[in-house]
Design a protein around this ligand. Structure first.
Ligand SMILES: Nc1ncnc2c1ncn2[C@@H]1O[C@H](COP(=O)(O)OP(=O)(O)OP(=O)(O)O)[C@@H](O)[C@H]1O
Length: 325
């Protein structure tokens, strides 16, 4: 850094001196001193500019990635979309690859309408990918994902999304008020519907603490909200959307007891009577699931109800014991 500063200062001094001589100036002690002071003052911004170069290069790489994402071919839309009249879910021998890697490896499972499926397993085993395939963020490489017996590729993508509410770990809050951030799920919702969703998600108690209540800009609120509170915003959105299918990726980080209990109550309300697939990390959520699958390296290695899996004494039972210590 110090060397770069000296090089930059010398370079700047030579440039200024050159310009001075070119303009017909004479060099004396005063001129040299003035040029050195000027060079030192110029070097710092020049250094910042060289830092900026690095930042611009990093930014360009980000832009290239974004561009690749935006220019990716849109998922093909069917000419005659089919509308399912039920909301049971099915993975039929699904294979999904990322490059050379098989991320989902011949997965078959079904979730009857109104049931809750919990997906557990080690990090990187493909749990989130299963949710993404259901919402058709990607298309399968082999097999089929079906909603109400209809292949999701045969559905109009907007229709599919209207049937699904998603609660992901990373909650995206945009620059607006907290009310706008919830209302985005259903802009024509009445105030009463908004308040009811917030109460069911236990978001009302968070809003009550904010300085401007519902009108608090989320820029302020977002920074002040904990992970559990942000997830309550996400659950309120999903409740307001009132979709028959819920896909949920639980927060992995530990929640304080107040948030733990509030989020649990909110999840209960959200999942009541809906068809649910959730990546489950918390004991209470796993326990309340109708069915559990254990995913390892993209394959289902164990599947059943909580008590069956405990009796079997496999990886699930191990995970359960570990999570209770
Ligand atoms: N955008 C991506 N590009 C390339 N590989 C990815 C991408 N997203 C996920 N993967 C890879 O796919 C595999 C499955 O990832 P996935 O996020 O589904 O796992 P997970 O079980 O949900 O993990 P975690 O519990 O850590 O969230 C991982 O090996 C992951 O590195």
């Amino acid at each position: 850094m110090a060397l770069t500063l000296v090089v930059q200062a010398t370079f700047t001094a030579l440039l200024v001196l050159g310009a001075y001589l070119a303009l017909g100036g004479h060099i004396g002690a005063a001129e040299v001193l003035a040029v050195l002071v000027l060079a030192a003052r110029c070097a710092d911004p020049l250094l910042s500019l060289s830092d900026l170069g690095g930042q611009l290069r990093a930014g360009r790489a980000e832009l290239a990635r974004l561009d690749a994402l935006l220019s990716a071919a849109p998922l093909p839309e069917p000419p005659d979309p089919v509308r399912p009249d039920r909301h049971d879910l099915e993975f039929d021998s699904v294979v999904f690859r990322r490059g050379e890697r098989t991320v989902i490896d011949t997965v078959s499972l079904s979730v009857p309408q109104g049931h809750r499926l919990a997906v557990v397993g080690p990090s990187g085993s493909g749990k989130t990918t299963l949710l993404q395939l259901l919402a058709r963020f990607h298309d399968v490489d082999a097999g089929a994902v079906r909603v109400g017996g209809v292949d999701v590729r045969a559905m109009d993508p907007a229709e599919l999304m209207s049937r699904i509410a998603i609660v992901f770990q990373q909650v995206y809050l945009f620059d607006g008020t907290i009310e706008e951030n919830v209302r985005v799920a259903r802009p024509d919702a009445t105030d009463a519907e908004l308040r009811a969703a917030a109460a069911a998600a236990r978001l009302d108690e968070v809003v009550a603490r904010l300085p401007g209540g519902w009108s608090t800009p989320v820029g302020e609120a977002g920074a002040a909200l904990s992970g559990g509170e942000r997830q309550r915003v996400s659950i309120a959105r999903a409740l307001l959307k009132d979709a028959p299918i819920v896909l949920m990726d639980e927060v992995t980080s530990a929640l304080d007891p107040v948030n733990e209990s509030a989020v649990h109550a909110a999840v209960e309300r959200l999942t009541e009577g809906r068809t649910v697939v959730m990546v489950a990390h918390r004991l209470r959520t796993i326990r309340n699931a109708d069915h559990i699958v254990f995913l390892d390296k993209g394959r289902i290695t164990e599947s059943g109800a909580h008590d069956d899996l405990l009796r079997r004494g496999g990886r699930y039972a191990e995970l359960w014991d570990l999570s209770r210590t």
